[in-house]
Design a protein around this ligand. Structure first.
Ligand code: AMP
Ligand code: MG
Length: 406
């Protein structure tokens, strides 16, 4: 049986980068750039004032002090959005507003607070340094510079930068489409009556939201009964999706037909069990060149398997860099006693909080793979080796689950 890292490597090895597409800038948040962005201009585009005040020639004010102010003539006012018409001569200043271009031959701005003025004359009380309160052209972005590289995920800062460069559309990686197939004779859907012996299909909904949260496009299909013919038909129907996920039917029960069907369909199996709890029955294969994830049916197992395997696959296909595919890892401390009495590594759902500069992980008492409540408030995972016992305050190895809202 493969370990989790070995199995993750097998999966990632099979995942191909999706092609690029152009999207409007307003659609780009969360998308991964498929192009390097080169600035076609300087930003700011011209030297401009960082303050409301007076544009001056430093040589005229270098000796100014409250006792011996420098007296200057005000020759015009330059508001943001307009351009000064006159170059400064000796002994001259222009009143200037924040963001307005510096007039010719001005090199320094004196803030209003450091001056006293009438409508035509100003006394400068503070000398400061040459260049004070001037934002030079190209200070933020220089024309010709690569400001964003392919593989960068567009967040608020990137969107602002692209807008400043007037990039109203941008090339990003396509989003993978993910077909979601839930199998099981016991399943009814969320609006159906619930007869004795049946359970509600919660997996399709949790998995679809996980897809959304990771930038993929979920395609939910109707519940599939535990019949080989029905499973096969369903899988054939979704062969257009970039990835196929099924939940249930991959264990060793009498009605677990998914593996058999995939064998009949000439799937190439990479693994069908992983040494982890929850999530041991987990099948990964390719159908043609299409990755297929057979996730376990238990609700928590399916979510955890998604986070460990499908999430990195989606991220790789979507263009995220190789070192940013898996859940981030961190050291932390245990907030409670934790015991792994089994023979497989445990992946315990935990609530992480920062206490005295350390990530403190507290697990819920109910960690059964059928217990959806163990996911509530879970923003991390504690890794516990087989047989390991951890006391409160001990060091632990963690995975961080980033927030799902986007
Ligand atoms: P299986 O892997 O098919 O043996 O299913 C394992 C457990 O997960 C069973 O108790 C199922 O009832 C439960 N289960 C399977 N599919 C789903 C689903 N779509 N939603 C909620 N629970 C499920
Ligand atoms: Mg089943």
């Amino acid at each position: 049986m493969l370990s989790l890292p070995e199995a993750q490597e097998e999966v990632l090895h099979k995942i191909r980068l999706l092609g690029p597409e152009k999207v409007a800038l307003v659609q780009a948040r969360g998308r991964v750039l498929a192009e390097n962005v080169v600035a076609d201009r300087d930003n700011p585009p011209y030297d401009n004032s960082a303050m409301d005040g007076y544009a001056v020639r430093f040589e005229d004010v270098r000796a100014a002090s409250p006792d011996a102010p420098a007296a200057l003539e005000i020759i015009e006012e330059i508001a943001a959005g307009s351009i000064g018409r006159r170059a400064l001569g000796p002994g001259q200043a222009s009143r200037i507003m924040t963001g307005a271009p510096l007039p010719e031959r001005a090199d320094t701005v004196v803030p209003i607070e450091d001056a006293r003025s009438t409508s035509t004359r100003v006394k400068i009380l503070v000398a400061g340094e040459k260049g004070d309160h001037v934002r030079p052209r190209g200070d933020d972005i220089e024309a010709g510079a690569v400001v964003l590289t392919a593989g960068t995920c567009c967040d608020v800062g990137e969107i602002g930068l692209l807008a400043a460069l007037q990039r109203s559309s941008i090339a990003v990686r396509k989003r993978p489409t993910v077909a979601i197939l839930s199998t099981g004779d016991e399943l009814v859907d969320i609006d159906d009556p619930l007869p004795p012996g049946k359970i509600v299909n919660s997996n399709s909904y949790a998995l679809a939201e996980l897809c959304h949260a990771h930038g993929a496009v979920p395609l939910i299909y109707p519940i599939i009964r535990d019949s080989k013919a029905e499973i096969r038909r369903a899988i054939e129907d979704v062969s257009h999706a970039d990835f196929i996920l099924s939940s249930g039917g991959v264990s060793v029960g009498d009605y677990d037909f998914v593996k058999e069907v995939l064998e009949e369909m000439d799937a190439r199996f990479l693994f069908w069990r992983v040494a982890m709890k929850p999530g041991k029955p987990l099948l990964f294969c390719t159908l043609g060149d299409r990755p297929y994830f057979g996730l376990p049916g238990n609700p928590v197992s399916s979510i955890m398997s998604f986070l460990q395997f499908v999430r990195p696959a989606i991220r790789k296909a979507s263009g995220f860099p190789a070192d940013d595919l898996l859940l981030p890892q961190s050291a932390g401390v245990a907030g409670n006693r934790m015991v792994n009495g089994g023979d497989r590594p445990n992946y315990l759902r935990a609530h992480l909080e920062l206490v005295d500069g350390q990530l403190r992980a507290t697990t819920r008492p109910g960690q059964g793979s059928h217990m959806l409540t163990s996911m509530l408030g879970a923003n991390g995972v504690v890794l516990l080796d087989a047989g390991q016992v951890i006391e409160e305050g001990d060091a632990v190895e963690l995975q961080i689950i980033p927030p799902f809202y986007t």
